[in-house]
Design a protein around this ligand. Sequence first.
Ligand SMILES: [Zn+2]
Length: 146
Amino acid sequence: MRYAVISCPRCGRNRIAETKSGTSGCPSCGRRFELAKARRHFETDSQEQARFALTALNSGNSDTREKVGEQTGEDGDVQALKSIGGQLERAVAVAKTLSTDKGDFSSEDFIELAARADIKNPAKVLESAVDAGDVFEPKPGRYRAL
Ligand SMILES: [Zn+2]
C-alpha cells in the first residue's frame, strides 16, 4: 500500500490518502477530487511515515494558510468574516461578500469561502440563510444576497 500526504484543492486541508484510490472526498469541505490532481507533499509505503509527515505539515499549517491568503488578497475578508460571532450572521456576510465579488454564486463558491471562515456545516447554514430570507435563490443552485 502506498500513501500520499495531499492537500484538498478547494480548502487546502491536508490529509493522507491511498494513492491507488482514484478520487477522494475531503472531510473538511466535502469536495471530491482526483488524487492525481491534488497537491502531493509526500509519498511513502509506510502509513506511520505518512502520519508523521502530515503532523509536520499541519504544524506549519496556519502559516501556510496565511501565505495563501496573502497571495489571493482575501485574507482580510476571511479575517473580518471570522470576527462575526453567529454562524448564520457569518454565513450571510459570506454570501454578501460573494455577491459583491461575483453577482450570484453557487453553493460550491459558498462552501469554499464559508469553510475558510470557519463555518461548520456550510451547506446546512446556507439552507438556513435561504429559509430566513437573507439569501435568495434566483435560479436553482445559484444564490445571491442583498
Ligand atoms: Zn476540502
